[in-house]
Design a protein around this ligand. Structure first.
Ligand code: ZN
Length: 285
């Protein structure tokens, strides 16, 4: 078993993972002893094939900071005991082994399974953990999962199966809604990286940016002309597209800090976009 070479950690927990499974699975769970706590870590691959790992301690909810993995691994010192959590599980009905990925139905007896609490929305929707995800593929996956998991299909089945279909289909809905829109997808990716946008703060919003937002808001508030409101909407959409491209590039580079600043800006523009829609709908035809 190998430990990661950690450069910085704001929690007393220590993360580790076997390098091969680390590179194979972008999200993984680790159990850390002697604290017996778990940490969910996510990897973000950078262009030079090194990866940065971010995560948070599941027990203390503290961010674990940024782990730089420079392909240098070392075995833990004998005084530290590490052990991985096995994510393989078995079917609740027939006991057959189930692969450690989100599996909705047992391959042997075809019975619906309980949700995998460690699966990310990307795992559930079978999408690459990328900001530039293929929304058409996401949509197809959503429709196919909803067809097979829909509670109506289970009304004649035992209680457990009915409950699993309800929780699974609610989870799939949530995963789909979160990943569909760039803003919620970006916020979720930050959350996976152990980062959150604090409510009510203007992190990353420089004064010039805030001034620009204020001016757009004022223009929108003052105008009584539908065409003007539409034009504001179009320019905001342009800004959102531009931000989407920049956020994508930042996540690709593993630069989560910049992504966070850009997602903050995206939040402001998305708010204005909503206001524009509201304003237009209230204007006389
Ligand atoms: Zn089974």
């Amino acid at each position: 078993m190998q430990a990661l070479n950690m450069s910085r950690c704001s929690c007393t927990c220590r993360g580790y993972q076997n390098v091969n499974s680390l590179l194979a699975n972008r999200t993984f769970l680790v159990r850390v002893q002697p604290h017996a706590s778990t940490a969910l870590l996510n990897t973000a691959f950078t262009s030079d094939s090194k990866c940065a790992i971010r995560g948070f301690c599941r027990t203390t909810s503290k961010p674990l900071g940024c782990f730089k993995v420079n392909q240098t691994f070392f075995y833990p010192k004998p005084s530290l005991t590490f052990s991985t959590v096995s994510r393989s599980k078995s079917c609740w009905k027939c006991g057959s082994a189930i692969q450690p990925t989100p599996v909705f139905f047992c391959p042997a007896c075809k019975v619906i399974q309980a949700p995998d609490e460690h699966a990310t929305f990307f795992d559930i929707m079978d999408c690459d953990k990328s900001f530039a995800l293929d929304t058409q593929k996401l949509q197809r996956r959503y429709l196919s999962l909803q067809r097979s998991l829909h509670p109506d299909n289970f009304s004649q089945k035992p209680q457990e199966e009915q409950e699993y279909s309800e929780t699974q289909s609610a989870l799939v809905n949530k995963a789909y809604r979160t990943l569909l829109k760039p803003l919620s997808r970006g916020l979720y990716m930050l959350e996976l990286g152990g980062m959150r946008l604090e409510e009510g703060t203007d992190i990353g919003a420089d004064p010039q940016f805030l001034l620009e937002i204020m001016e757009i808001n004022e223009r929108l508030d003052e105008t009584q002309i539908k065409e003007d409101a539409k034009n504001i909407g179009l320019s905001v959409q342009g800004r959102l597209q531009d931000l989407t491209a920049k956020i994508n590039a930042s996540f690709d580079k593993g630069d989560v800090q910049t992504a966070k600043v850009l997602i903050t800006q995206m939040k402001y523009f998305s708010n204005i976009e909503e206001k524009v829609k509201e304003k237009i709908s209230e204007m006389p035809v």
